[in-house]
Ligand binder design. Structure first.
Ligand code: SF4
Length: 421
């Protein structure tokens, strides 16, 4: 039995240095069950189609990971495959398909959509494919039956993450030594940001890998793949303070001369934790702040205490860790005076790098629905974006040229500040 796991890429996905962790687990599960696996990654759907053309008949199942930015590519590839091999089973996972199952299942030749975590559903799919059974009634799945949409009554998440096999890194890290190893230390999220397309699907239950599992993964990436630098993929590193201290201690006793970076919110760091992070090799932290205006924080459902932001950024720098702080321009409901307030505040911070980006309400998120009511989209589909710096949405009362010049001004001032200080 042969399986193709595919992440069709647009320009924006090709530029990003990331590991599709979800696909790497699915590849590992399929291999463990004795399936032959091929992974297609960082290629457009046409390039993938060219590669598949010669041996499409050998495959029994195609799984694709969808985002708002690559959904058009996924759909084009699904149509191309079904035209040539109508009995091929095609399953979509990822946030975009889970948010728009009706449109996809009724209008395109896709057999099933996985909603939320894929591993448990994927094991059931492999079993059904092996036994020649139809793809129906699998936990966390949506499928079409007699012109109606069926949603599995059973939903499940991995409770013990250590039960997962190690990711099949070999499909994704093809050159050695790799420049950065990507590690995830937990799943789930206690927050509910309005612009999170996945938070509308996935349960917020936080589940952690054991500290020893985190160290084991880092060791494999270090000794087998040559990684000396790591990026923690956790949405909010340090969510569980005492466990984070344990991870830092374990890194100190297991590795010499490694460095790592992470993303978090200022409320999750303090002096002791930062010192421990620094001692274990943390070289940079990316803090998301988004805006200074309370009514916009409410719209984003993303709140920060601005005095705390200032204090923690200073503390991070004093500890010797570099800081990047990001802000958004053009949030639904944002006026010019709000943008100016955010930009002035951002530039006043003692950070190494201040990033100003256009607000992109992701299809499927609550923010997208808000944006539709109070503004307009000037790019009709996200797959056309070539970078995160292109304006996608204009709040009511603002113009595209106004947002673009505000962003240009903010970025220029940020560059000047970095250059001078
Ligand atoms: S965007 Fe917000 S809600 Fe979504 S995963 Fe990140 S922190 Fe959690």
């Amino acid at each position: 039995m042969k399986i193709a796991l595919i992440l069709p890429s647009t320009k924006i996905l090709t530029k990003l240095h990331f590991l599709p962790i979800g696909l790497s687990y699915l590849a590992a599960i399929a291999q463990k069950k004795g399936f032959s696996v091929s992974v297609f990654f960082k290629k457009t759907w046409k390039e993938i189609a060219e590669e598949l053309e010669a041996n499409l008949d050998e495959f029994n199942l195609v799984g694709m990971q969808t985002f708002a930015t690559n959904i058009e590519q996924c759909l084009s590839l699904a149509c191309w495959i079904k035209e040539r091999k109508p009995d091929m089973k095609i399953v979509f996972g990822g946030v975009h398909a889970a948010n728009f199952p009706e449109d996809i299942l009724f209008n395109y030749p896709v057999d099933m959509i996985i909603k939320g975590e894929g591993e448990i559903a994927f094991e059931h799919i492999l079993e059904k494919i092996s036994n020649g059974n139809p793809l129906t009634d699998i936990p966390n799945s949506i499928w079409k039956e007699e012109n109606s949409l069926k949603l599995s009554s059973e939903s499940s998440i991995m409770h013990n993450l250590d039960d997962l096999p190690y990711p099949a890194w070999e499909f994704f890290y093809r050159e050695k030594p790799i420049s950065t190893g990507h590690i995830s230390t937990f799943r789930g999220c206690p927050y509910n940001c309005a612009n999170c397309p996945s938070r509308t699907n996935e349960e917020g239950t936080v589940r952690e890998y054991s500290v020893s599992r985190v160290i084991d993964e880092m060791s494999i990436l270090s000794y087998k793949y040559g990684a000396s630098s790591f990026e923690f993929y956790d949405e909010t590193f340090g969510l569980n303070r005492s466990r984070t201290l344990d991870i830092c201690k374990a890194i100190c006793s297991s590795f010499k001369n490694i460095s790592w970076s992470c993303y978090t919110r200022v409320r999750h760091v303090d002096k002791e934790l930062l010192q421990s992070m620094k001692a274990s090799g943390c070289k940079s932290i990316f803090y998301g702040v988004a805006t200074t205006r309370k009514h916009l924080m409410d719209i984003l459902r993303f709140h920060n205490d601005l005095a705390e932001v200032k204090q923690k950024i200073r503390l991070t720098r004093e500890t010797g860790i570099k800081t990047t702080v990001s802000f958004l321009v053009g949030i639904p409901g944002e006026k010019f005076s709000d943008s100016v307030s955010t930009i002035k505040y951002g530039l006043s911070l003692d950070a190494d790098r201040i990033v100003f980006q256009p607000c992109i309400p992701f299809p499927g998120s609550h923010l997208y629905e808000t944006a539709k009511k109070c503004g307009k989209f000037i790019v009709d589909d996200l797959s056309k974006l070539e970078g995160w710096n292109k304006t996608f949405f204009i709040p009511q009362g603002r113009s595209a040229s106004g947002i673009n010049s505000t962003l240009f001004m903010a970025k220029s001032l940020s560059k000047i500040k970095t250059f001078l200080f």
